[in-house]
Design a protein around this ligand. Structure first.
Ligand SMILES: [Zn+2]
Length: 347
């Protein structure tokens, strides 16, 4: 009888019956003995399963057999000083597991960063126009019920803006769009694109603008989102994530959340860049200075930061900048386009 013998349960890998055994090590061999078990197995053919928090650990033997042993320092002592190859194999398996986990993380990240946006882009090209229109109509309907009020801008002023923006499209290829005027105290100075080419312009934005070039600049940016189908792509992406999360967590209500966040969609930097490129090109083509768009956004941002209710009600309000974050990069880009077009240093 060995003093360092360990007691365990042996499974032959074919039946679920367990056999009480004692396990000892003799040189490079693992000796397993019990009432109806007598084995001598080279240690380098045994593999201890990773520790998984339980009290028992599994020692895998050749041919699918295994032994369940209590996890204890004695188990480590029994196997720890085994020939180097055994340890090496265990360690290489661990690095294999770590490598596999890293690979899975990288694949998920790559999927999130590239495959998902790419898939959403492709998918958005196949969404029928009628579906987009239906989505736009129902979204607008929801928004109108949820607190959007009719614009208080005089009809003549609405027409003036609509016509000025239509004039900007003269002679250029542009996606079909429809400009809608609404008012909402919470969203204040805001404008956004909906699927199907609807662009909603809120009174607050018209009131805060210094000159129509600023308003048209924002509309040009929104039309850029329309032209690149950003809303639809973003929706497909966030819905995919929500559905995947829903399946994973068994909660399908996540899907409803995805569709209700239309207004607060935060565009990616790439989308913002594309919309700014579109806006700057359209502005320059119409003799407007892209820096006016930048200056307006900057002013809106400063107003946000100094608003007295910035901490309470302001935190709930979705400002234009929360869905179109203004970055140094965007300001620099708009300034560069103005410079390249030969506009004087100060707008
Ligand atoms: Zn934007």
């Amino acid at each position: 009888m060995h003093a360092d013998a360990l007691e365990g349960l042996y499974y032959d890998g074919r039946s679920s019956r367990s056999h009480a055994v004692r396990v000892v090590r003799e040189a490079g061999l693992l000796c397993v003995g019990g009432a109806d078990v007598a084995l001598r197995i080279p240690l380098d053919q045994c593999r201890l399963a990773p520790r998984l928090g339980g009290a028992a650990r599994k020692l895998h033997l050749p041919d699918g057999a295994s032994i369940e042993l209590a996890d204890s320092p004695r188990l480590d002592a029994l196997l720890g000083a085994a020939p180097g190859r055994w340890l090496d194999r265990l360690e290489s398996r661990w690095s294999l597991v770590a490598g596999a986990l890293t690979a899975i993380a990288v694949i998920c990240l790559a999927g999130y960063l590239w495959a998902l946006p790419w898939g959403a882009d492709v998918a958005s090209r196949f969404v029928p126009e009628s579906w987009q229109q239906a989505l736009a109509d129902s979204t607008l309907d929801t928004l109108d019920k949820a607190g959007f009020a009719a614009s208080r801008l005089p009809p003549a002023r609405q027409q003036q803006i609509t016509r000025a923006f239509a004039d900007w499209q003269q002679g250029t290829a542009h996606p079909p769009y429809r400009l809608l005027f609404r008012r909402n105290a919470m969203l204040g100075a805001n404008a956004f694109a909906l699927p199907g080419g609807n662009i909603v312009l809120l009174d607050g934005l018209v009131e805060d603008a210094r000159g129509d070039e600023e308003i048209l600049g924002v509309l040009a940016h929104e039309l850029g989102h329309v032209a690149h189908r950003h809303v639809l792509r973003q929706l497909i992406q966030s819905s995919t994530i929500a559905v995947a999360a829903g399946i994973w967590f068994g909660d399908v209500s996540a899907l409803a959340t995805a569709t209700s966040t239309l207004v607060s969609l935060r565009y990616s930097r790439g989308f913002e860049q594309e919309a700014d490129t579109y806006a700057a090109t359209l502005m320059l083509a119409n003799g407007a200075d892209p820096r006016r768009l930048g200056a307006f956004l900057q002013r809106l941002e400063n107003a946000d930061a100094t608003a007295p209710d910035a901490t309470d009600a302001g935190a709930l309000a979705e400002t234009y900048l929360s869905s179109h974050p203004l970055t140094r990069e965007r300001m620099d880009y708009l300034a560069r386009r103005a410079r390249e077009a030969g506009l004087p240093p100060n707008p």
